[in-house]
Design a protein. Sequence first.
Length: 178
Amino acid sequence: MHLDWMTAAGVQHYSTIDPQDIPFEPEIRRICEGNTCRHYGKSWACPPAVGTLAECRAQCLRFPAAVVFCTSYPLEDSFDYEGMRAGHRAFQQLCDRLYEPIHARYPRFLLLSNEGCIRCPVCTYPDAPCRMPQRLFPSIEGYGIHVGKLAALAHLPYVGRPNTVTYFGMLLHDTRQL
């Protein structure tokens, strides 16, 4: 697999999977509906804006190939909420760095990111279109995907070293050629 451009962007681990194997689970979507992260109903990258679980699944399964990727970020300790937020911002920036090489390689793709969008201080959802639709990378969890099972399927580390947080993304694309 030749994905050096992903490593150059800052991805630490990646692996290809068959989109048919993606673990979609209603329970993950119910967690979103519980609004633990406070993004439910407030972001174009999260439910309900991304569609129903069935619609998200159908959208992913339109692609013949997928790459799961992850990167870990340091924390002062396991309760370092600010460090987790900084890691989330850094992962969003990593996805931004991936956008151009992905866009250049694949005519059609879907890039999912961890925990939803945090670009704008206040999202325009649902009153106006997204301000940056090309950089809208929907929440992998919001699509109802069980990230722990996805990581195991892709043989990627779900839990990193002590005092780190690991964020995951997935690129679905229209060609088996990498």
